[in-house]
Design a protein. Structure first.
Length: 115
């Protein structure tokens, strides 16, 4: 059972940046997909960004051009660089991973953007 631990959330002013990290307890090289989801209060959880084992990426329209997802399998880590943050980015951000047989979720890290 792979554990995912997120870090890097916090309070930031609108226009600022944050970098989220998600460290896996085991090698990420076997994970076909890693992603960041987010959930704002009163809203459904939504995909923010995803990255495949081959490095292909996918982004929600609302974050394209501002967020960058990357992964470092040598460090068992996936990152989410978030730039030009705005109040609509306020949410709990969750790390997500898919192997051949299982799906894994982290516990989340809170991002709050003040306007």
């Amino acid at each position: 059972q792979i554990q995912l631990v997120e870090s890097g959330g916090g309070l930031v002013q609108a226009g600022g940046s944050l970098r989220l990290s998600c460290v896996a307890s085991e090698s990420t090289s076997s994970l076909n997909l890693m992603a960041w989801f987010r959930q704002a209060p009163g809203k459904q959880r939504e995909l923010a960004a995803a990255i495949s084992s081959g490095g292909g990426t996918n982004y929600a329209e609302s974050v394209k051009g501002r967020f960058t997802i990357s992964r470092d399998d040598a460090e068992n880590t996936v990152y989410l660089q978030m730039n030009r943050l705005n109040a609509e980015d306020t949410a709990a951000y969750y790390c997500y991973a898919v192997s051949e047989t299982n799906v894994y979720w982290g516990r989340g890290t809170q991002v709050t953007v003040s306007s």
